[in-house]
Design a protein around this ligand. Structure first.
Ligand SMILES: [Zn+2]
Length: 489
């Protein structure tokens, strides 16, 4: 391609709605244009970079025995009703006139194909993948291609006989993903994650660190520990138990609303203060006890109560349930489940609200005075806490997700009846794994990691063109001729 013929519509000014470097530079360098919110047209240079990423993905997927499919973006709505995912909030765009939906992922279609064609243990294992356009009913598209309504994904699905065999397919994908992101020149890390709407039981995310990332992770630069804050832990000390357990006593604490005010009023440190937060779990009240100003991590809380809907109780509900405002709530006399963070396990001589405005109770012994049903890790880790693996300081940072791998299990196989017969003729559901990579994200993340004041600094792996041939002296016939010969070659 001659630059004089190339369609590369660059922009001098940074578009005002582009807040992050990859979004700004993909627009300015003429890689793409936004058609409407969250929907982009990829122009020749941008698509060339994406095709290079796709080629690397194909090679690594083929290397682990993957077979490439091309599944339809349009799916019958009825298929998604069978797995209960039709109405997951902000998930699926629909084509109402025809009872069709635009697929955000393809577990359903894969399980439909498998249900029709997998019969015996001899048909397994399988790894099926595709690189295809996906749609998401994203309410607030932003950050350029990082959060759009239409995007290109590599999605793959492993079909296995047992969980042990799923482990092998999962590990093969983890290895393929490391190879893909390394070959694309990305500085990435891998974190354990919670699986959210995918419904899996084991998962890992491949991420890059970026101040513009929407995920928050805990990282240890000393031992390499990395975890999404939804599941991250740290080695903060627990409160423990003192030898003497004094008797509980109600005290007047006028105008004390916060943990900091309570600490200075009582001249004590946060370790003896048990903060109470009240949640509604599927409509039932749950009181959660945390040490001092430790924050409740809602993902951990949802896992602790066994899933379902969990909301913080509003002001009016708090008064109805406890008789007090948020600053004066406590476990003694609370009607409902009480759970507590591991940090407070079996502690005594604690201070908490008296369920009466402007009063607290001191000397609470959680073993003696409160009906704590169970202790869980419920707290959100904080920057500079000691690492759970090596004890040195962790960092809490933002990150962008490149890819995600899940051990799905049998959820979709059971919903869509994808079963096989074992050697003894017994029928079992196929054990599935699901694995995704955002193709645009590879390019955007490369740009986030590799740009300067002059623009994108392409690495060799994703550069739209490998070289730019320049005829230095256009006045020399010989130079022009020679340059043309090199160009033709
Ligand atoms: Zn560490």
């Amino acid at each position: 391609m001659r630059l004089s013929k190339a369609f590369v519509p660059t922009l001098k000014e940074t578009p005002s709605d582009a807040a992050i470097p990859s979004h700004q530079l993909m627009l300015r360098a003429g890689l793409m244009r936004q058609l409407t919110a969250g929907v982009y047209a990829y122009l020749p240079l941008g698509y060339k970079a994406m095709l290079k990423a796709m080629q690397i993905i194909r090679e690594e997927m083929d290397a682990i025995g993957g077979q490439e499919f091309h599944l339809p973006a349009l799916n019958p709505e009825a298929l998604w009703m069978q797995t209960g995912r039709r109405n997951v909030p902000n998930f699926i765009l629909s084509v109402k006139e025809r009872d069709l939906v635009l697929a955000p992922t393809h577990e359903e279609v894969i399980a439909w194909i498998g249900a029709n064609h997998i019969q015996s243990y001899k048909d397994l294992p399988q790894i099926w993948y595709q690189i295809q356009t996906k749609f998401r009913n994203e309410p607030r598209p932003r950050s350029g291609v990082l959060r759009g309504r239409q995007f290109i994904m590599k999605d793959s699905y492993s079909l296995d006989r047992t969980w042990e065999e799923l482990d092998k397919s999962y590990d093969a994908h983890a290895e393929a993903y490391r190879n893909i992101f390394s070959r694309c020149g990305l500085k990435f890390f891998v974190v354990g994650a919670s699986s959210g709407a995918m419904g899996g039981t084991g998962s890992q995310e491949f991420m890059i660190e970026s101040p513009f990332g929407e995920d928050t992770v805990a990282l240890c630069d000393h031992c390499g520990y990395a975890a999404n804050v939804e599941v991250a832990t740290s080695a903060v000390p627990s409160v423990g138990r003192s030898a003497e357990s004094a008797m509980p006593k109600e005290i007047h604490t006028p105008n004390v609303k916060t943990i900091d005010e309570l600490a200075s009023f009582l001249k004590t440190d946060h370790r003896q203060l048990a903060k109470s937060r009240v949640y509604l779990h599927d409509g039932n009240p749950v009181l959660v006890l945390m040490m001092g100003n430790d924050q409740v991590n809602e993902s951990k809380l949802i896992a602790a109560v066994g899933g379902g809907e969990v909301f913080a109780a509003g002001e009016e509900k708090l008064v109805e349930l406890t008789g007090a405002d948020a600053g004066s709530i406590g476990p003694i006399g609370f009607k409902g489940r009480i759970i507590a963070d591991n940090r407070l396990k079996d502690s005594n001589n604690l201070v908490s609200g008296a369920n009466k405005n402007d009063f607290h109770i001191i000397n609470i012994d959680l073993k003696r005075d409160a009906k704590v049903e169970n202790y869980f890790d419920l707290r959100q880790v904080e920057d500079k806490e000691p690492c759970a693996s090596c004890g040195k300081e962790i960092r809490v940072a933002h990150a962008i997700e490149l890819g995600h791998i899940f051990k799905l299990g049998t959820k979709y196989s059971e919903a869509l009846n994808m079963r096989f017969l074992d050697e003894q003729g017994q029928s079992h559901p196929v054990v599935m794994g699901s694995y995704g990579i955002g193709v645009e994200r590879i390019v955007a993340c490369h740009i986030e990691q590799s740009h300067d004041e002059n623009g994108i600094a392409w690495g060799k792996a994703l550069a739209p063109y490998a070289c730019h041939l320049i005829t230095v002296n256009m006045n020399s016939k010989e130079a022009v001729l020679h340059a043309n010969q090199i160009y033709q070659k």
